[in-house]
Write a protein that binds this ligand. Sequence first.
Ligand SMILES: [Zn+2]
Length: 321
Amino acid sequence: MLNKMIKPLLASTAASLFFVTSAYAGGEAQTADFKYNLEPKKVSENVWCFFGALEIPTRENGGNMVNTCYIKGDNSYVLWDTGPSYIYAKQAYEAVSKVAGELPVKHVILSHEHDDHWLGNNYYKEVHGAEIIGPESINENYPIGHEDSRMFKTLSKNAIRGTKIIHVDKWYKETIKFKVAGVNLEYVPVGMGHSVEDYFLYMPDNKVILAGDLVMNGRITSNRDGSVEGQLSALEAINSKDWTTLIPGHGFIIDKTATDESVQYFTLTKERVEAAMDDGVDSTGIVEAVPLEEFKDKALYDLLHASNITRAYLEFDMGLE
Ligand SMILES: [Zn+2]
């Protein structure tokens, strides 16, 4: 009975699939690039940023769910994170050139190894000859030629094509202060925070911080390979700087309240997970015991909160690697 019902269905699906595939295969080379519709927002005298959606990466958003920034110097741009794909990077450059001028991108500086933040690297390397500064962990965890990380699996062909994994040219394990294209920058490593190796960029002259994913707002963070303690000390390091504008890795709040949600989320996570553990709650009950109702209405709560709490429990129970 089941067979009879399924077979005709399969037959017709196969037929339509064949039709679609053959029509698509012929047109693949000509399909237009994914349109990111990127609009740079001026956030400071010499800084323009692109703000992505408060979503996980999907075929529909093309990975445009991350924030990236252009810093304009004397005769070139310095870039903070390059976004989820070659095509995103190319369109970001075209968009920023129109409003801020057509200068080459000579330096790329990266916040951390999650691939929504740096798969635009090869556009800036190939087209602009940019030097890439970032965490050494990219070189260790993303082998050249293995195009199989999250964006490659998620994005459509017309968004991801042209994207290649390339390695960072330089990394720093200590805070480095440098002047690039006339702009003073401070690149600060904080160790394991949101990921295995995180950095933020401080611009002392205009009091701007580019925080990467150490700061998010309007949505729940993803602590899948980070550390609650590491996040809290990174947030302390960020807030010990004299800043007036802060660009989160994801989120739209950039004024002095930009870090409030992250500080609150990790402070409450620590307090409540530890309190629950003191009360004898074990790994099977911890998610239920720490709902953090203050954050229930934030984007991605249903998707990420439970795994963040499970991860926090592991961290406080036995430490992270
Ligand atoms: Zn991240």
